[in-house]
Design a protein around this ligand. Structure first.
Ligand code: GLC
Length: 736
C-alpha cells in the first residue's frame, strides 16, 4: 500500500488537460480517524444493537416478510440505524450509471450517464469523477446514503452481459477510472461500493460458476484493478460477488475477504454481500460484514441469528465487534451521520444532462473514416437515417443498473417472460433522439428515417440520399451473456444492403461491448457510441457533424473472431438458461471457468501473447485530425513523451505507455496514460509515474520486480507501438 500510494499510478502527475485538478478536489476521507471513532462507538453498543447493522433487506413490496420500514426509500437495500448512538439507517440504491429505476416504484427520474464502457473510452478520470459526483448528488437528493456503484470487473470475456456496466480489460485503466468515480460519488458524503469482488467475469450461471485461477494471476489482474480502485477512491464498502472462486462463494471466501482485501491490503471498510449471495453464517468468519437483500437468501444468517452465535462463541463475538467497527468506519469516513440524506432534495437535471453529454462526447470512438466521409457537412442536402430506434431514443443496458431518465423511457421493448424480474429484462431507450439532433445539425437537408425492419424499404431511402446513417444496436442485460458477438435482429444484413446501395454509409453502433462487423470493408465510416446516456443523441450528432472531434479510445479489445479468445465457447452457455436471479437448474450447479488459461494476460495481453491481430485493438481510436507521439524517455519509474497535433483541427489524443519487454522476455502491460487536448500544430509534454506493481510479478506472498532491462513503447493503441526504449532498473521485492 505504501509503495503504491507514494508512486502515483500511470495517470500523469501533472494536472489533466481537462481541468481535472479542480474536479478531483473531493473532501479528504480519513479512514484512520473514522476507525478510531468507530471503535469507541462499538464499545457503547448493547448485544442487541451489535446485530442491527449486519443485516439488510430489500425495501420493496411483493417480497416475503415484513413490509418495508417506514423510513425506507424504495430502492435496492435498507439497513436499520441505531438512533441511541446517532447511527443513521443505510438506504441503498443502485448503481454505477445513475440512480436506478427499481421498476418505476419511485416514479422519479434520474440522470442516465453513458455506460461504464462509454465513460471508460474517454480514458479521462475527470469524466468518471464528474459522473460519480453527479449521480451521488442525485442519490442523496432522493434520500439514499449508499450508492452501489464502482463496478470494475475486468472484461475477461467480451460476451459478458454486464460488460456495458464495467470499464475495461486492463487493471490500471480500470482501477484509475473506478477510483475517480468512487471519489466523485463519495464527495456527496455518501458511501460508494466497489464491486463485484472478485473475478465475476460472466453472467452465465453467475451464482455458482466456480472460477479457477492461480493467486499470482489474480493479483496481477482483477485484484490489482480493485486494489488501485480502492487506493484511489477509498470506497467505504466493497460488494462481494455471486460467483465461486477456488470452490468458495466469493462472499464466503476467507482468501478473498480476509487474506487479500482486509489482510494484505489493510482495507478498513466493510464487505456487503451481493443480493442473494450468502451461503451461511460462516461467511461472517470468512470476512463478510453485512448480509444484503436478505429476502433473496435462504435465511437471515446475520442479524439476530448472529446474536446467539456471539453470545456462545468468543470468535463470533470478536468478529461481530469488527463487523460493526467496519460499517461505522465507512459511515463516519464519508460523513454520512453528520450530513444526513433526506428524500425530496432538488435534482438539477440540466446539470446532470450536461455531464452525461460531455461524457458521451469524450467516450465516442471513431473506428473507421474512409475518405474523410466524417465529419458531415452541415450543408448536406439529403440524409437517410435508418434503424436503431434513432427516431425515438438511445439504447441503455438492463438489470440493476437500469436508470430511467427524467420522464421515463421513450420506448420499452420487452423480452417477454414472467416472474418478479421480467420487467427488468427489456430494452429501454432514453429520451434523447438522434434523428432530431441530426436534423438540427443540418437544417436544410432532407432527412428521412426508416426503422430498418424491411431492408428493401431502407435500401430505397439510402439510394435516394447523399449519405446513409445506419444505427445498429446490441442490447445487453445483467443475468445473461451474449450467445455470440454478432449484431442481432438481422442488422448485419441491413448494413450490408444499405452499404451496397450507398457508398457514403456511416454505421453508428450502440453496443454493450465488442461486436463483429462482417460489413466493415463495405462501409465508409463507423462510430462506436456505446450506450450514450441522457443526451446521447446530441452527442452522436455533435461527433457526426464535427462540433465534437472524437477522442475516445477503446477500453476493450474488439476481437476479429471468438476463436481468438481464451474460451471460444463460454462455459455453460450451452445449457445454463439466461436467468437474472442466477439460480441453477436442479442438479446443474457444477459450472467451471478456468481463468488459468489466460491468467493475468487479459484482453490485449492475450492477443499480444498469442500474436493475434484484433478487429480493433485496445486503445484504438481515430480523430478528425492527426497526432504524433515522440520522444519517449524513461528514467527510473518516470516516463515522459510528447504528443503533437499534426493536423488542421483541435482534438484530443490519448498517450499510452506500454511495458513491452523485461530481461529479454516479451510481455505487454499498460503502465501509463493521459488524455490531452491539442490545438492544431501544438505539442504537449506528458509525464507519467509508473506503478512498480505493473513491472513486477506476484510471488511468495508479495511483489517481485526483477533487476535488469525493461523496454517501454509509446502506443497509439496496443498494436501500434513506437520503437522500444530500454532502461536498466534495480530489482526489489515488497509486500502490499
Ligand atoms: C444485483 C447486482 C448488484 C446490485 C445488487 C442490488 O443482483 O449484482 O450489482 O448492486 O443486486 O440490486
Amino acid at each position: 500500500m505504501t509503495i503504491s500510494r507514494i508512486l502515483a499510478s500511470g495517470v500523469a502527475a501533472v494536472a489533466l488537460a481537462h481541468g481535472a485538478a479542480q474536479a478531483q478536489q473531493a473532501p479528504v476521507i480519513d479512514m484512520k480517524a473514522a476507525e478510531a471513532r468507530a471503535a469507541a462507538t462499538v464499545k457503547q453498543m448493547t448485544p442487541d444493537e451489535k446485530v442491527v447493522l449486519t443485516l439488510g433487506v430489500m425495501p420493496l413490496p411483493g417480497f416475503p416478510g415484513a413490509p418495508p420500514p417506514a423510513d425506507a426509500v424504495p430502492g435496492a437495500g435498507y439497513v436499520p440505524g441505531i438512533a441511541r448512538l446517532g447511527v443513521p439507517a443505510l438506504r441503498e440504491t443502485d448503481a454505477s450509471l445513475g440512480v436506478s429505476w427499481v421498476m418505476g416504484l419511485r416514479k422519479d427520474g434520474a440522470t442516465a450517464l453513458p455506460s461504464g464502457l462509454a465513460q471508460a473510452a474517454s480514458w479521462n478520470p475527470d469524466v468518471l469523477y464528474r459522473g460519480g459526483a453527479t449521480i451521488g448528488a442525485e442519490a442523496r437528493a432522493k434520500g439514499f446514503n449508499v450508492l452501489l456503484a464502482g463496478g470494475v470487473n475486468l472484461m475477461r470475456d467480451p460476451r459478458n452481459g454486464r460488460t456495458f456496466e464495467y470499464l475495461a480489460e486492463d487493471p490500471l485503466l480500470s482501477g484509475e477510472l473506478v477510483g475517480a468515480a468512487i471519489r466523485g460519488v463519495q464527495s456527496n458524503h455518501i458511501i460508494s461500493t466497489i464491486k463485484h469482488f472478485a473475478l465475476n467475469g460472466q453472467e452465465t450461471g453467475r451464482k455458482y460458476v466456480d472460477v479457477k485461477i492461480a493467486e499470482p494471476a489474480a493479483r496481477e489482474s482483477d485484484l490489482l484493478a480493485f486494489q488501485i480502485g480502492i487506493e484511489r477512491g477509498q470506497p467505504g464498502s466493497a460488494m462481494c460477488a455471486y460467483n465461486r472462486v477456488l470452490g468458495h462463494q466469493a462472499c464466503d471466501s476467507d482468501w478473498l475477504l480476509n487474506k487479500v482485501l482486509k489482510g494484505s491490503w489493510g482495507w478498513k471498510g466493510f464487505v456487503m454481500s451481493d443480493w442473494g449471495a450468502v451461503p451461511g453464517v460462516s461467511a461472517a468468519l470468512n470476512g463478510l460484514d453485512q448480509q444484503s437483500g436478505v429476502q433473496l437468501d435462504p435465511a437471515p444468517f446475520f442479524g439476530d441469528a448472529l446474536k446467539a452465535k456471539a453470545a456462545s462463541d468468543p470468535v463470533y463475538a470478536a468478529r461481530l465487534d469488527d463487523m460493526n467497527k467496519r460499517i461505522l468506519t465507512a459511515i463516519y469516513a464519508a460523513g454520512v451521520d453528520k450530513n444526513p440524506a433526506q428524500p425530496g432534495g432538488a435534482i438539477d437535471f440540466a446539470k446532470g444532462a450536461a455531464v452525461a453529454e460531455d461524457a458521451a462526447k469524450q467516450g465516442i470512438v471513431l473506428l473507421r473514416n474512409t475518405g474523410n466521409l466524417l465529419p458531415l457537412a452541415k450543408t448536406a442536402k439529403s440524409i437517410a437515417v435508418i434503424g436503431g430506434y434513432a427516431d425515438t431514443g438511445v439504447l441503455s443496458g438492463a438489470g440493476s443498473s437500469q436508470v430511467h431518465s427524467e420522464g421515463g423511457p421513450a420506448a420499452v421493448r420487452s423480452l417477454g417472460g414472467d416472474g418478479p424480474f421480467a420487467a427488468l429484462m427489456s430494452q429501454q431507450y432514453h429520451r434523447s433522439v438522434p434523428l432530431k439532433a441530426i436534423k438540427a445539425m443540418a437544417p436544410n437537408a432532407v432527412v428521412t428515417f426508416r426503422d430498418g425492419r424491411y431492408i428493401t424499404d431502407a435500401v430505397e431511402k439510402a439510394r435516394q440520399a447523399e449519405v446513409a446513417i445506419v444505427f445498429a444496436n446490441e442490447w445487453r442485460m445483467e443475468g445473461a451473456d451474449q450467445p455470440d458477438l454478432s449484431l442481432p435482429d438481422g442488422q448485419d444484413a441491413l448494413i450490408a444492403a444499405v452499404a451496397a446501395a450507398n457508398p457514403n454509409t456511416i454505421v453508428v453502433l450502440q453496443t454493450g461491448g465488442p461486436v463483429l462487423m462482417p460489413w466493415l470493408d463495405k462501409v465508409g465510416a463507423v462510430v462506436e457510441a456505446w450506450y450514450p446516456g441522457a443526451r446521447g443523441g446530441e452527442a452522436i450528432a455533435s461527433v457526426l457533424f464535427g462540433d465534437t472531434n472524437p477522442g475516445g479510445r477503446l477500453p476493450v479489445t474488439f476481437p476479429a473472431s471468438v476463436d481468438q479468445l481464451p474460451r471460444p465457447k463460454l462455459d455453460g452457455s450451452d445449457w445454463v438458461e439466461p436467468n437474472f436471479a442466477g439460480d441453477p437448474a436442479p442438479g446443474k450447479d457444477q459450472l467451471h471457468a478456468d481463468y488459468d488459461i489466460e491468467g493475468s494476460d487479459v484482453g490485449y495481453r492475450w492477443f499480444a501473447k498469442k500474436g493475434q491481430k484484433a478487429l480493433f485493438p485496445f486503445g484504438y481510436g481515430l480523430s478528425y485530425t492527426t497526432f504524433a507521439g515522440s520522444g519517449l524517455k524513461v528514467a527510473g519509474l518516470k516516463a515522459g513523451f510528447t504528443l503533437t497535433n499534426t493536423g488542421k483541427v483541435a482534438g484530443d489524443d490519448v498517450g499510452q505507455v506500454y511495458l513491452v519487454g523485461r530481461n529479454g522476455q516479451k510481455l505487454q502491460r499498460l503502465v501509463g496514460f493521459q488524455r490531452v487536448t491539442l490545438a492544431p500544430g501544438t505539442s504537449q509534454k506528458v509525464n507519467v509515474t509508473i506503478d512498480p506493481r505493473l513491472l513486477a510479478d506476484w510471488k511468495d506472498g508479495g511483489w517481485t520486480m526483477p533487476a535488469g532491462s525493461y523496454s517501454f513503447a509509446l502506443g497509439r493503441d496496443a498494436e501500434t507501438l513506437s520503437a522500444p526504449v530500454s532502461v536498466k532498473l534495480s530489482g526489489k521485492t515488497w509486500k502490499d
